[in-house]
Design a protein around this ligand. Sequence first.
Ligand SMILES: O=P(O)(O)OC[C@H]1O[C@H](O[C@H]2O[C@H](CO)[C@@H](O)[C@H](O)[C@H]2O)[C@H](O)[C@@H](O)[C@@H]1O
Ligand SMILES: [Mg+2]
Length: 914
Amino acid sequence: MSEEDSASKGPEPQKKESNGPVVSGRIINCVPQLPYKISRNDKYSASRGDNASEEWNMEPISGNSALYSSLYLLRDSPDWEEHVVGWTGEIDPGNAFSYIAPTDSQKNTKDATEDLKYNSRELNEDPLYLSMEQKRVMAEKLQNQEDSKNRMTVHPVWLLRRDQRRWRGYAENVVWPALHYILNAPSDGQKENTWWYDYVKFNEAYAAKVAQIYKPGDIIWVHDYYLMLLPQLLRMRFGDAVIAYFHHAPWPSNEYFRCLSKRKQLLDGILGSDRVCFQNDGFARHFVSGCKRLLDSTSTKNKTQNKGKEEWLISAYGGDVVVDSLPTGVNTEQILHNAFTSDIDAKVETIKAAYEGKKIIFGRDRLDTVRGVVQKLQAFEAFLAMYPEWRDKVVLIQVSRPTSTDNALKLEQQVNDLVNSINSQYGSLNFSPVQHYHMRIPEDVYYSLLRAADLCLVTSVRDGMNTTALEYVTVKSRSSKQSCYANPLVLSEFSGTSTVLKGALLVNPWDSVAVSKAIKNALSMTSQEKATLEKKLWSKVPTTQDWNARFLKRMVAIAERKDSDDSKITPALNRPLLLRTYRASKRRLFLFDYDGTLTPIVQDPAAAIPSAKLFKILSKLASDPNNQIWIISGRDQKFLSKWLGSRMPQLGLSAEHGCFMKDVASEDWVNLTTKVDMSWQEKVHEVMDQITVQTPGSFVEKKKVAVTWHYRRADPEQGEFYAAKLKKTLDGFAADLGLEVMEGKANVEVRPKFVNKGEIVKRLVWHPLGEKQLYDDDGFKIDESVPKDRLPEFILCLGDDFTDEDMFAQLNSIESVWEKKFPDDRNECGHYGFYPVTVGSASKKTVAKAHLTDPQQVLDTLGLLVGDVSLFQSAGTVDLDDRGHIKDSESSMKSEQAGVAYNMRRSASLKDST
Ligand SMILES: O=P(O)(O)OC[C@H]1O[C@H](O[C@H]2O[C@H](CO)[C@@H](O)[C@H](O)[C@H]2O)[C@H](O)[C@@H](O)[C@@H]1O
Ligand SMILES: [Mg+2]
C-alpha cells in the first residue's frame, strides 16, 4: 500500500510494546479562537431563577472553515480523542451586564489557570468578571454545542478584560501585515510593545491550559500565527512532548519577515515544535531561509517516500525540526451534501431567473487589502471596457465580508467608489453590472451563488489557502438540473491555492488587462473545455479528511522517531524559574563564555569589545557579594585583561580555553601549561601559514599557547573548504603531540588537549564559593570532599560554541555525582541550581539543558536577574504581573500599592456619597 493509500484511511496510533504508548491516541488542538461567538442573553436573570445555561448565546462563526472542519472531523474519528484549547473570542457582555466586583471568597476560589486579575481599575480597565460558576456553565454549554460522542473536549481559554480586542493586537496589526508583504508605517514602537506584551500573555494562557490536560504521548497541534510562541512555551515545560505547528497564512520572503522587531523571538517560539508545516513548499522555503539567516540555523533537504516530496530538517537548538508543507483542504463530502438540496435547487433557479440571459461571475472575499477586491473590480471594469459585446450579458456578484481592521473604512470607500463608477458607466436604470454585498451571507445563500455562477473570480494578492476556490471547484464537480456543471475558475497566482489548483486559469491580479482577457476566455469556453478543466481541478482539491490523516500519520512517525533515538530539541531557558532559583540561593557562580555569548560575533576579532550595557549589567551582578563571575574564553590574557580585568578586577578570568587563569579580585595570572612542551607551535604555525596563503582574507591569531586560524573574511565556500583541509592535516599529527583541534565559528583552533574549558569549570564548581583558589605546580587543586553547604547552589553557565560543550558536559557530570552524593540537598525546585545554557541556534548537537537565542537575549536575562529589565523582553520567559511589571519587582510592588491606594480612595468616596 502506498503512503497515499494508507494516509486516506487515517493513521493508527501506535502502541509501544514495552515502555508504554508512543502516542496516547489523544490530540490537543490549540486554535486561536473557539468557533463560536459568545454573547450574554440580555433577558436572562438569575434572580428570576432562569436556567443558568440560558445566560449565554453561542453562534457559530464563519471563516477559518478549513481549520474548523478539521476539528469536527477529528471529533468524529474513532481513532483519536480530541481536546480543543481555544480562546473564547470577545465575549459580548450584553446590555444587562454590569461589573460585579468579586467577593474575597470568589477571588480565593478563582480558577487556578485564570491569569488575569481584578485589580486594574486604576487603568480604567474593569475586567469582564466571570465567577467560576459562570465559567463552568459557559464551558459546559460550549461542550454541548458539539455532538461530540465524548471524543472531543472543549477547553476555553479565559482572557477577560473590558478591551477584549487587545488580545488580537500584535497578531493582527504586526504579524499579519508582515506575513502578507505589508510593511507598517514607522512608529515609536510604544503601541507595538503593548501589543507584544498581550501577545505573550495570550500564548502563556494557552500554555497554562495545555499544561493542565497534557499527558505524555499526546500530540499537541498548534495552529497559526496567533500562537507562534506556544510551541516553545510548551517545550520549556514538556521536553519530550510531540508538538506540531501548522501555519495557515502565507509565510513571506525573509526580506519582509526580518522587518519585525521580534523576529527572532517569533522564530524561536515556533522552533519549540518537532514539525513546522505550511500550505506549500514556497512558504516552507521562506521559513527555512529566515531561520538560516536570522538564527544561524543549518538545514538539510530530504526527499520523502511520499512521491518524492521534499522536506527540510532544520538544526536548531540541538535538535532537528521537520519543516514541510501540506495544503489544508475542505470537507468535500459535507459541501456536496449541503449544497445539493431541493431548497438550494430552488434558490439557484431564482438567481438564474433574476439574471436571465446574463453570465454570473461570483466572488466572495474578506474585505481586507490582500483579498484583491479592488483589483477584481478594476479588472471587471477593464473587461467591460475592452469587450463591449459583453456589457449587458454579464453580472459580477461580489460578496465582501466586513472586517474591523484599521483601514477597513478607507477600503470600503474605495470599493464603493469603484462599484458606483462601473455601474454608472456600464449600467442602466434596470441593471447594475456589479452587485456588491458588503455582508456575511448564510451558508445556503453562499452555496446557491456558487452553484449558480458561470465563473468564480479569485484575485487575492496574498493568501495562504483560498477555500472559496476549493469549494467552488467542489460544487462544480456535480451536475444537476440547473446545469451549472464544470464552470471555470479564474485564480490569482498569488493565492496559496494556485500551487494546488495548478490547472486553473491563473492570473496576475495586478495586471487588470490580463485578468480581463482571462474572464473573456473563461466565459467563452465550450462545455467540453470546461469539463476537461474541471476534471483536472477536481482531482486536485485537497480534502480535510486527507489533510487530517496525512498530518497525523507524519506526527505518529515523528513521535516514533523521537522515541527510538534521543534526538531532542533544547528548550528555551525558563527565565521565571531561573529568577526564582537565583533569588532563593546565596552561593551563586556565573560561568560565561565571551565571544558570541556576551558580545555578538563580528568580522574583526579586535572589534568584539564589551558594550556599555554589558558592563552595567556585569557590575550590578558583581556588586552582590553572593555572586562570583568568571569569563571563560578562548581569547588571550592580553585581550581579557585589557577589556574586562582592568575595568572589573572582581571578575575571574580564564584565557585560551583554559590555559591560563586569574582568580577573582586578583591580578595574577596562573599558567596551567608550564609543563607542556611548546615545540608543537612551530609546526602548527607553519601549516596554518600555508593555508592562509591559499585562502585570501584568512589570517592566523597567534596567542601565547593556542593558535587560531580565522576565515570569516574569506570567501565562505573557499573558507569552509580550506578549514576542512586544515583540520584534516592537523588531525594527522595532533593526537601524537597531545593536541586538540577544534572547529569554532569561522575558525580552526589548536591547544594542548589536557586543558579545556570543562576542566576549569570542574575546578570552580568543586570549590568553596568565595574562597581563594589554591594551586601548586600541578595547577589548581580539586577537592571533592568540600561540604555541600560551601559549594555553589546556583550555577549559570553560558556559551555559544563547540568548545563550550566541555563546560556543559562537565556540569552535567557533576550534577549526576551530586545526585548520588547529596540526594537530600536539592533546592525547592528539586534540583541543584545547574543551568548549562547554549546561546544561539547551533548546528551542532548540544548537551546544554536550555538555550537563549543570542547575546541580546543573554543580556536581557542577566538584566532580569539584577532587576534591570522593566518590561517583558522576550518570548515566554519572564513572569509579569497584570500591569506588565516583572512579578515581585520593585516596580510591580509600587504599582500594586497604587492600586490598593486607589481602591481605598474609591471606597471612601462611595461611603461619603451614601
Ligand atoms: O571562547 P570565546 O570567548 O567564545 O572565544 C572564541 C574565539 O573567539 C574569537 O573569534 C570569534 O569571534 C570573532 C569576533 O566576533 C570573530 O570574528 C571570529 O570569526 C570568531 O571565530 C577570537 O578571535 C578567538 O581567539 C577565540 O578563541
Ligand atoms: Mg564563544
